[in-house]
Design a protein around this ligand. Structure first.
Ligand code: GLU
Length: 286
């Protein structure tokens, strides 16, 4: 059965960009007679707040959406992700990284065209790692692209792909090749949380039977990483639909960091959900 999701992080109040994304996914589920899942992605212990989670549920209900219950809250399931990290570690696909952000940045040079090279610091020398572990220093787990490539073999590695039914930032659509190199040796478990975004998303999409990932084109690059993770773990490949990002009157996209006007403020100012849905191009929720 068609199943999609909206997976906000409770780091602030929702704005119109979120409303557009949630309505896009929800409408697709309704049109297909499928499932709509709401997932709270709150693994960042410093930025996520319970009050934002409550506000998200309130805003989405006001918007006219409904979803399956119970709602999965990622921070309640850290042991699930830890089990996957154990598995990847046993298979030698990840390595401990004790470096600070500054050290990681210093480890990358400038690529010929002035773009930053992908972050691939590599494992620490064995003795150094043993010393850092003995000192109980915190570490992240990074995916080793070299080991992943070895594990999959050249033909599987070169044939990695995903189906894009929407379009990427440059209009990419159809069966697209996965380019894991672009993201580098991504962190799969943060020092402070025991898991990181890509692993939690790929795990939960598989666990929740999500076969259509519908989300903004800002996460297009993330799809490359997540397809690799799914392949390494034998999880199914969803179809992807990346949608355009909504822009405000100034032509810039909505983002929490710009203090975009929130749905709660719009509501307090008298905007009705019906008017907002119509403005965003969704005429009816029936
Ligand atoms: N939690 C992510 C965010 O709020 C979205 C994850 C996803 O849709 O894959 O940006």
């Amino acid at each position: 059965m068609f199943a999609t999701r909206f997976a906000p992080s409770p780091t602030g109040r929702l704005h119109k960009g979120h409303a557009f994304s949630a309505l896009t996914a929800w409408s697709a589920a309704k049109a297909a007679g499928g499932r709509f899942v709401l997932r709270i992605e709150d693994i960042d212990p410093t930025r996520c707040k319970p009050e934002h989670e409550a506000a998200i549920l309130e805003d989405l209900a006001w918007l006219g959406l409904d979803w399956e219950t119970p709602v999965r809250r990622q921070s309640d399931h850290l042991s699930d992700y830890a089990a996957v990290i154990d598995d990847l570690n046993r298979r030698g696909l990840i390595y401990r990284c004790f470096r600070t952000r500054k050290e990681v940045l210093a480890s990358i040079g400038d690529a010929p065209h002035g773009e930053m090279e992908a972050v691939r610091p590599g494992p620490h020398p064995r003795e150094e790692e043993a010393r850092l572990m003995a000192e109980n220093r915190p570490f992240a787990w990074r995916l080793s692209l070299d080991r992943a490539r070895e594990a999959l073999g050249e033909s599987l590695w070169n044939g990695l792909s995903f189906v894009e039914e929407g379009a990427g930032p440059a209009g990419e659509t159809g069966v697209l090749p996965v380019r894991p190199e672009a993201a580098g040796d991504v962190v799969l478990a943060r020092k402070d949380a025991g898991v990181a975004y890509h692993l939690a998303v790929a795990h939960d999409d598989a666990l929740q039977g999500i076969d259509h990932v519908i989300r903004g084109e800002d996460l297009f690059e993330a799809t490359h990483v997540q397809r690799l993770i799914q392949t390494l773990l034998g999880w199914p490949a969803p179809v992807y639909r990346h949608h355009r990002l909504l822009t405000g009157p100034d032509g810039r996209r909505y983002a929490k960091r710009d203090q975009s006007v929130t749905l709660a403020e719009l509501r307090a100012g008298g905007l009705t959900a019906e008017a907002l849905r119509a403005e965003l191009g969704f005429s009816s929720v029936d």
